[in-house]
Ligand binder design. Sequence first.
Ligand code: MF3
Ligand code: CO
Length: 296
Amino acid sequence: MGPRLTMRKPDRNAPCWCGSGIKYKHCHQEFDEKIMRFQMRGCEVPSRKLIKTKEDIEGIKKSAVINMACLDEVGRQICPGMTTLRIDEIINEVTYGMGGIPADLGYQGFPKSVCTSVNEEVCHGIPSPDVVLREGDIVNVDCSTILNGYFSDSSRMFMIGEVSEEKRRLVEVTRECVDEGLKKVIPWTLMGDMSDAVHRHAMRNGYTVVREIGGHGCGNAFHEDPWVSFVAAPGTGMLMVPGMVFTIEPMVNMGGAAIYEDRKNGWTIYTKDGKPSAQWEIEVLVTEDGAEVLCR
Ligand code: MF3
Ligand code: CO
């Protein structure tokens, strides 16, 4: 009898774990070995379930069509005098009209179908008939959709009528922060490099980035691993591997980074100093040679 091994080597000729139907040796073997080399060097690496299949990616893209249509429609209708409850109605109309389900509704008990966060509200603002948008407000609309079990997630800022120069700049720089992060979504590099690019762009414009709330893997569930910081150091964090899908969604504050939670509704996050906060969110696929934005 030959030598006994504690673990059998994966059968190179068996069908690949990814479901492609192709032999492992012609499919993900090289990929797995590359990940293992990073892991042996002490790198945090994604588990197999975070690697999306072709079918997963198609599913997420179809879900994203609805999510982006929601935000497009909000963009067409949003105006001074509108309540944030009306935004919730638009999300419901578009989402159900296109056969989707709003992912926020009932998520950990969240009472509405979308988050609407105005001015010093950082995130998780609850749509309400009592919140009327006024000229000069900035509002984040954060929308998430489920279609056939696939999740899409993105958010945009809207400026209501004429907005002060300093608020406009906050909104624009926050958008640039997301783009700076996106440029650093490069396969076989570390997530912290992406986070740091986001953070540095905010800092060089005199802003701070919220530390406690970040992005997340997304696609087969609403919130998957990894948790994505936007204040992490370069050279840290999970290895970005082709097939991973996660969000880039920094919350950028005009004043300090400190935040607090609404004790009455248990959801809404505000800046401690009452200064405005902005956020944009995109959902990104790591590809063989860079990144593809699945939802924005
Ligand atoms: N859409 C948010 C995100 O970007 C999550 C909102 S959860 C909710 O991750 F319950 F507040 F809707
Ligand atoms: Co998100």
